[in-house]
Design a protein around this ligand. Sequence first.
Ligand code: NAP
Length: 267
Amino acid sequence: MYNLAVFGNPIEHSLSPAIHAQFAQQLAIQASYIKILAPINNFAQAAQQFIDSGGDGFNITVPFKIDAYKLATELTLNAKMAGAVNTIKVTDSQLIGENTDGLGLVNDLTQNLGLSLKDKKILILGAGGATQGIILPLLQQQPSRLMIANRTASKAEKLANDFSKYGPAYGFGLDKIKSDPVDIIINATSASLDKKMPNIAPGCAEHAICYDLMYGEQTPFMNWARDNHALMIADGLGMLVEQAAHSFEFWTEKRPDTQAVIKNLRG
Ligand code: NAP
């Protein structure tokens, strides 16, 4: 029996328990996966209580991914470079921290949407926590350029610099985006949460694949992509399920089938 959980605040609307219940059922694995609302200023104590009660592993969502990074006693390269942890595996001697967000995005793009990222020009909008988690797995797919554009240009420049040893990463302000088409645009800003679309040159969307990390509704970015002749438009639900699958595999060493779960969630 695996004792699993997800920590967040808020946590009520998390889809993770439903996703992990489907994975466990598919693979005939006995698992309990609960939601835990941790106090904003006391994630570490809540996590320790769960570990002491026999917890085998847990996910961490907003706003505790950096606290989880600090709590982990060992980090994967993904987690180290992301500066954040969304998955912890409890072993006898260690709390192993992993970040599965970027792996989830890459799997959704390559396996569910059937895209190759090799030699592609990729533009990421935003330079927050989500962007930091997806850069390394994207660079590992060998794009020709990975451009990071952010409202606060200095944050994008810093990220590009931090990751430059892993591949061709470039950082600049949103206002420097050219009107030239790119192959893939990933919206990793939180503007969609405020029902806003960053004001950027529309020409970059022409025949591009436009992917919003947000899921659950048609976002202003998705509307913008449609109005500017994008080739394909996707939301982040596939990424959510894929990152969960990586977490599940990290804990159990068994790989669930994600397609059926994505289909179920889309209803
Ligand atoms: P974050 O760390 O708070 O970063 C927010 C980013 O958005 C910053 O780069 C910020 O720019 C930019 N931004 C916010 N409002 C903007 C606006 N009106 N115009 C232009 N830029 C704006 O957030 P995060 O954790 O990276 O999350 C970003 C998004 O990814 C959220 O929608 C989240 O739900 C989604 N997400 C989805 C998944 C999934 O599994 N599908 C996983 C993780 C995250 P400044 O730096 O200039 O403030």
